[in-house]
Ligand binder design. Structure first.
Ligand code: ZN
Length: 91
């Protein structure tokens, strides 16, 4: 029987089935408010795991720092897109 689910992307330790771990994912989803149940419900259309860590490495992750880094990347992409649009207009 296979016991190893994945491997930690930081320390390389095996992650066993049934063992807690930390995943960083990109979700494509939509959220609806369901009146009958008085709550919001999300449906994930696509999920892509891009980093998987063992529980120990995952607990050490600074999520505020990751959020800042992702925002820097998004701002860079936005400015690159704006520059591309300016070039297209000037051509
Ligand atoms: Zn680890």
């Amino acid at each position: 029987m296979k016991n190893v689910y994945s491997t930690c992307d930081k320390c390389g330790k095996d992650i066993q089935y049934g063992e807690p771990h930390v995943s960083f994912c990109k979700y494509t989803e939509y959220v609806e408010y369901v009146n009958e149940r008085n709550r919001t419900e999300a449906e994930v259309i696509e999920a892509v795991d891009f980093i998987m860590l063992c529980e120990s490495c995952g607990k050490a992750v600074d999520t505020k720092l990751i959020s800042k880094m992702v925002n820097v990347i998004l701002q860079h992409e936005r400015s690159t897109d704006e520059n591309d649009n300016k070039q297209i207009k000037n051509e």
